[in-house]
Ligand binder design. Sequence first.
Ligand code: 16G
Ligand code: ZN
Length: 549
Amino acid sequence: LISSSISIMILILRFHLKGAKLSYGTAGFRAEASILQSTVFRVGILAALRSLKTQSVIGLMITASHNKVSDNGVKVADPSGGMLTQEWEPFADSIANAPDPHHLLQLIVEFVNKENIPLEGTWRGEVLLARDTRPSGESLLEAAKQGISSIVGASAIVMGVLTTPQLHWMVRAKNKGMKASELDYFEQLSSSFRCLVDMIPQGSANKYVSGKLLVDGANGVGGEKLEVLKKLLIDLDIETRNSGKDGVLNEGVGADYVQKEKVVPCRFGPPDVGTRCASLDGDADRLVYFTVLSNNDGRINLVDGDKMLSLFALFINEQLSILNKAKDENIDKDNKTRVGVVQTAYANGASTDFLKQLGIEVVFTPTGVKYLHEKAAEYDIGIYFEANGHGTVLFSENFLCWLEGRISELSSTTKGSEEQKAALRLLAVSQLINQAVGDALSGLLLVEAILQHMGWSIQKWSNLYHDLPSRQLKVKVVDRTAVVTANAETLVVRPLGIQEAINAETAKYDRGRCFIRPSGTEDVIRVYAEASTQEAAESLSSSVARLVD
Ligand code: 16G
Ligand code: ZN
C-alpha cells in the first residue's frame, strides 16, 4: 500500500546527491546552496507527510535568512504557523542524511507506519511553498515541489517570493479558515495599524516628532514588500534603502550586520544624526532600530530586540492597567491577565532589570525561536524577543475571547471610554503583530504606532534604560558538541571544570556576566560577556574565550 502511494523512487534517483552531514538546526537545514537540491526535495516529502499527519496545511520556506547570498536553506512551518514540531526533527535529520535512495525509501516507509500517517484519506495534503530573493531559490523551489508531488495526491501551492513571516502567517490563516492571501496580510497589517493610530491620545499627537523613517531592506525580500505595504499606510513616512535593486543580499547590510557590528549599513546615507532608522534581515523576520552617532564615523546607537520588547511590554501593561482599573477588585484577583516576557541569555542585563521593575514576569529559554515561542504561548499575553531582533507578542485564545467580550460589554455601557479604547488597542495589537512568528514588517508598524501613541522620539525610547556594555566572540572548535549547557545556556555542565573557571573570571568584574554556548548554525563556541565598562566586557570575553580554546 505504502509503496504504491509514494511515487518517489524514480524522483529520488534524480535528486540523489551525496552531501555533507546536515542537521535540522534552530533554523532548519542551511548550507551552501549548490549542495541543497536533494535535501530540499526530501524536506518536500517530509512537508507533505506532515500535512497528511496533521490533516492541515503546512508551509515550506526556502531561505538562509541573514547568511550570505550563496547559501540557502529550508524549513517547515507547522499548522499553527510556528516551527516544525521538535518531535519530527530526528526524522528530518535521518532522511536528509540517508546515504542512498533505497535507505531513504525505507526510512520513509518506517516512519509512515510508526506515525500512522493516513495516505489514503480524503485529505491528500497541501503545502504552501515560498522562497526569499536568493537566485538559487528558483531551482530549490522546483526540487521542493517535486518532493511534495512524489506523495501521491499531495499538492504544492507555489506562493513565490515572500518574507518568511508572511508564509508562516498564511499557513496559520489558512488553517484557521481565514483569508490568507498576500493582499489579506497587507490589509490586516495596515488596518490594525490605522486603528492604533486613530486612537492616539490627543496630547501625544502634538508632542510626537514625526519625520521620516529610513529602512535598510538588506537587499532582500523585506525591502520589496515594504514598498508595497507602504502604499497602504497614510500615517507613515517611510523611505526604503537597500531594497535589492543594486546591492548584494546581506552584504554589509541588514539587521544581523547592524546588530553585530554596530555600524551604519552600506549605501545608507549618511542619515542625519538622530534620524530614526531601521534594518531588516534577509528574510524579514528580524528587525533592529538605530540612529547614527555622528555624521561621519559610521557608529550607531543600536535599539535592539530587547528595547523593542521593553517598548511593547510597557505599552501592553499600560493598556491592561487602564482596562482593569474599572474592574471589581475581587474579580481582578481571579481573572488577572498573565503577562510573561521571554528572553535568552543574550538579553542585555539592563533590559531584564527594566522589565522586572515594571512588575512583569521574565523567563529565560535557550537561543532559537522555537524555544522562546513555545514558552511565550503559556501566557495570556506572552512577549518574546531575542536581542538580535526576532520576536513577537502572542495572545492566547482565552484572552482574546475575554477581550472581545469586554469590548462588546463596554460598547453598550461606556462607549468611547478610556477602558474601551484600551481594549480596542490590545485587540489591534493582536491583529497587527504576527501570531505565527517574529515579523520585521509587523514589528516595525507596532513600534511606529507606539512611538506615535507615546509621543516619543527614538531617543526617548532608547533612554528607557541604558545597555550594559557587552562583547560577543566566537571560537572555532573541532567539536562544538563537546560543550553542553543547562539553565537556558547560562551554565556549562561539560567539559567539567569550565563553569568554575568562568565564574572565577566573572567575579573579577563589576556587573560581570558571561556565558558560552555551542552555536546552532556554525562550528563555533560563542562567548558573551557583559560588564560595567566596555573595556571590562572585552577583557572578560577574551579571557573566557581563552578557556575554551
Ligand atoms: C537561528 C535562529 C535564531 C537564533 C540564531 C542563533 C530561528 C528561526 N532562528 O538564526 O533565533 O538567534 O539561530 O544562531 O530559530 P547561533 O546558534 O549560531 O548563535
Ligand atoms: Zn531571518
